[in-house]
Design a protein around this ligand. Structure first.
Ligand SMILES: [Zn+2]
Ligand SMILES: [Zn+2]
Ligand SMILES: [Zn+2]
Ligand SMILES: [Zn+2]
Length: 223
């Protein structure tokens, strides 16, 4: 079933109307209510890198024109010059439709997106050589960084580090203030990830609970 989304003014949209919503609905695109910087397109944007879809299509056309010698491309940004080079020297061609990951529309002779293929190959090579992480062209959907990815799961190294530091922050706080008394709503207001009411849970634990779910940490640990 096709989902229809709405802007606040009631205007409808094929895609979620903000990047945050798109992350929530796990869609590949969102519709921005502000036009793109480069060409003022009111078009769909890629969630992964905020790229304007219409601009990517335009860049493809520009690359075609550059190769024909119709435009001077000496001042083009480096990624576009590299793309032109791929077409001239590496058997690639320009596609009309960019891939689903917001890459420049450059396809290999097997009609794969060159950049997607590069990511897959980097992961395969890392797997074969027994590396834990591989270098990926795509920014992370969550943190926006181009950090390395775990070969097994594809998870972002930067996000993993952040999750780890949040975990150890929580642990430090529980170690430092084991007798803290704080209502869940106050913990929420203060942005504290755990709270402790001093009242027992249904299994008799007096310890900390997660603010987000209210779940008792001792219960979750199986004590
Ligand atoms: Zn645009
Ligand atoms: Zn791609
Ligand atoms: Zn990340
Ligand atoms: Zn419990």
């Amino acid at each position: 079933m096709k989902h229809i989304y709405f802007f606040e003014d009631g205007k409808s949209s094929t895609f979620p109307t903000s990047r945050e919503d798109a992350l929530l609905y796990k869609t590949r695109f969102y519709t921005s209510d502000t036009p793109c910087d480069a060409n003022h397109h009111h078009n769909k944007r890629y969630v992964i890198n905020n790229a304007c879809h219409a601009c990517l299509v335009d860049v493809g056309q520009m690359i075609k024109a550059a190769i024909k010698g119709d435009v001077d491309w000496s001042n083009f940004p480096q990624p576009i010059i590299n793309a032109i080079d791929l077409v001239i020297h590496n058997n690639c061609h320009v596609a009309n439709e960019p891939c689903g990951y917001g890459h420049l529309p450059i396809r290999t002779n097997t009609n794969h997106c060159h950049y997607c293929l590069e990511n897959r190959q980097a992961r395969q090579t890392a797997e074969q050589t027994g590396e834990t992480f591989y270098k990926c062209n795509n920014p992370c959907r969550k943190c926006g960084q181009r950090s390395r990815r775990r070969v097994k799961t594809g998870s972002c190294e930067n996000c993993e580090k952040q999750r780890h530091s949040v975990k150890s922050d929580i642990q430090n706080m529980m170690n430092k203030s084991p007798d803290l008394i704080l209502e869940r709503k106050d913990a929420k207001t203060m942005g504290i990830m755990v709270y402790r009411t001093g009242k027992p849970c249904i299994h008799g634990h007096y310890g900390f609970r997660y603010t987000s779910t209210g779940g008792c940490i001792d219960c979750l640990k199986g004590f």
